[in-house]
Design a protein around this ligand. Structure first.
Ligand code: NAG
Ligand code: NAG
Ligand code: NAG
Length: 334
């Protein structure tokens, strides 16, 4: 009897402990579940096991960019000789290093460091506080250009440099003098560079309150091709463009610009048709936007759209490059 009582007592105590533990466990289990239920859905990333790859990309597929605003900031906090910086960049190689962005259409090259430029009449409304400063001169000096080249090439990258397309003559044609100066200087220094002309030209009205028609831009690319062919280092070397932004099914303006560029022979002078892609505005995006697979599937539709358009025109190659891809607000500086 006593033994049984004892054993009952013991088992009662034991079951009390179990019950308490269970309650604690359930409470602990409920906390994360209740956290999760505050999201509308859970997304699962499936990574398939070993097997043959579905696609093989170019070794430079995953590339990076330095925003032209860095040049405007006079490379503030960006010490190109810094060893740590160089090592970090090297670990991302191989790839292309695009130097471009909205402010690319505000930069002039200067062989001398002190040369002043007259402000051109186009007003920049996008980066208003920067662009509306009186008498601003945004200069990439020869020394900075050599340093930037040295940093990039030593780190195992190929430079894509976006030339200023908004230095224009009164008849609207591209004034290529400054670009040619930079090309000549780069040729003399045997710099291996892939050139681009302008950034998101279909959005010039929005960014700069100015318009360059796709037909005019195609002509300007032809002009740039001719200039490059004058210099041995760039004769028959890569020129890519037109870096239009967001050719999405719902963005007819963007599509029309690309069609206009190709219809006017732009595709016959570039080695790859380039476009920029934005999943969403990072400043307004929600958790769900970042986590939803539909977000990432948008890119497939955009690539198919561009492929379809490019296939309808005479082009030098059928290569299409994504020359800018933005997901995070962090990198949406331009
Ligand atoms: C970069 O500069 C260093 C030091 O002056 C030099 O040794 C190196 O060859 C340069 N690299 C390129 C690609 O010009
Ligand atoms: C845009 O440019 C036109 C002249 O071409 C000017 O009248 C207008 O005020 C400008 N708009 C802005 C927002 O600067
Ligand atoms: C980059 C480039 O334009 N390469 C061309 C150089 O010339 C040869 C022959 O004319 C072409 O086949 C390349 O596409």
């Amino acid at each position: 009897m006593l033994r049984i009582d004892r054993s009952d007592n013991c088992s009662t105590r034991f079951s009390t402990i179990i019950a308490v533990l269970l309650i604690i466990f359930v409470v602990i289990a409920i906390i994360p579940v209740s956290l999760f239920t505050s999201f509308t859905s859970i997304h699962v990333l499936l990574i398939r096991g070993p097997g043959p790859p579905e696609h093989i990309t170019n070794s430079k597929f995953l590339s990076v960019a330095l925003d032209s605003s860095m040049i405007i900031d006079n490379f503030n906090n960006f010490n190109m000789r810094n060893k740590k910086l160089r090592n970090m960049i090297r670990n991302l190689s191989p790839g292309y290093m695009r130097i471009g962005g909205t402010m690319a259409d505000r930069i002039k090259f200067s062989r001398g460091n002190l040369q002043q430029f007259k402000q051109n009449s186009v007003t920049c409304i996008f980066e208003r506080d920067r662009c509306l400063l009186p008498n601003q001169n945004y200069v990439l000096s020869a020394k900075q250009w050599l340093d930037l080249y040295n940093l990039t090439v030593d780190a195992g990258f190929t430079i894509l440099f976006d030339l200023n397309s908004l230095i224009r003559n009164s008849d609207g044609s591209w004034n290529y003098k400054n670009a040619e100066e930079m090309i000549q200087f780069s040729n003399d220094n045997e710099m291996d560079v892939i050139w681009q002309l302008g950034n998101e030209p279909n959005a010039y009205r929005y960014s700069f309150n100015y318009t360059v028609t796709p037909a005019q831009l195609a002509k300007d690319f032809g002009q740039l091709r001719e200039i490059l062919n004058k210099y041995p280092v760039y004769k028959n070397k890569t020129l890519v463009g037109p870096d239009i932004t967001n050719p999405a099914p719902e963005d007819t303006q963007s599509i029309a610009y690309l069609q206009g560029f190709l219809a006017n022979g732009g595709g016959e002078v570039v080695s790859a048709i380039t476009f920029h892609q934005y999943y969403f505005n990072g400043k307004l995006a929600t958790h769900d936007d970042f986590l939803h697979p539909d977000t990432y599937n948008k890119l497939i539709a955009q690539i198919e759209l561009v492929k379809g358009i490019v296939s309808m025109y005479k082009t030098k190659t059928n290569a299409i490059w994504l020359s800018k891809c933005i997901l995070l607000n962090l990198c949406s500086g331009s």
